[in-house]
Design a binder for this molecule. Sequence first.
Ligand SMILES: NC(=O)c1ccc[n+]([C@@H]2O[C@H](COP(=O)([O-])OP(=O)(O)OC[C@H]3O[C@@H](n4cnc5c(N)ncnc54)[C@H](O)[C@@H]3O)[C@@H](O)[C@H]2O)c1
Length: 228
Amino acid sequence: MSLPASLRVRHVSFPHAKPPEGAHDIRITVLDKLTYAGVRENLDPVADHPRYSFVQGDVCDDVVLDRVLPGHDAIVHFAAETHVDRSIVGSAPFATTNVLGTQLLLDAARRHGVGRFLHVSTDEVYGSIPVGSWSEATPLAPNSPYAAAKAGSDLLALAAHRTHGMDVVVTRCSNNYGPYQFPEKVPLYGDGRMYATGCTYRTTAAGSHWRCATARPGRSTTSAAAPS
Ligand SMILES: NC(=O)c1ccc[n+]([C@@H]2O[C@H](COP(=O)([O-])OP(=O)(O)OC[C@H]3O[C@@H](n4cnc5c(N)ncnc54)[C@H](O)[C@@H]3O)[C@@H](O)[C@H]2O)c1
């Protein structure tokens, strides 16, 4: 089974078949607010695909969620405010979209009986590390408002599993790069060695898809990639 051409979808749903079977029946709805960071043209290559549809909307808008979610089997939740520098200048949109938006999306998913909820978190929830690596058991220690808001949404997603038994999986992947990257994400911090790891959007899309299909609920993972 493979995702359609879009490598930057925000929410994936499988209304007619559960992954990994029935790939030919998968339909995908992309829900995106199209903020400054959203580029609709990135999805032009699949714009006319019969199993793809696009809805411009906000994850903080219950009315939109109640209209879009019924009939969907799974959600891959990419939507977020993500630029660290912007979060330092103004943190409120990060708390709103990342924390409140994720909770509203979780609530709506539960309300409408959506199955798997894959929450795309980030390795930045662990803070920084001079050498070595983190494991899923490493305590969260976010440094920026962006990372703190992502940590909040990450924990809310896991809490939805523990509290309500929702089928939630969280990925905490490192930096992504590749085609369609928004220009402001390209600069590196410090001397450029702050981000020593990374993976391509294609890897993350494939990994998200694989975890959506196979991962055990209530788990977080530091890897975005599917096993080769
Ligand atoms: N880019 C990376 O290196 C990286 C690494 C780890 C995790 N992540 C996570 O992956 C996800 C996507 O990252 P990105 O770099 O593509 O982000 P991005 O900032 O480039 O794009 C964010 C997208 O979310 C949409 N969006 C923002 N607020 C929204 C809202 N309220 N409702 C609906 N849509 C909204 C925007 O329009 C845009 O299309 C984020 O959750 C991010 O935390 C990214």
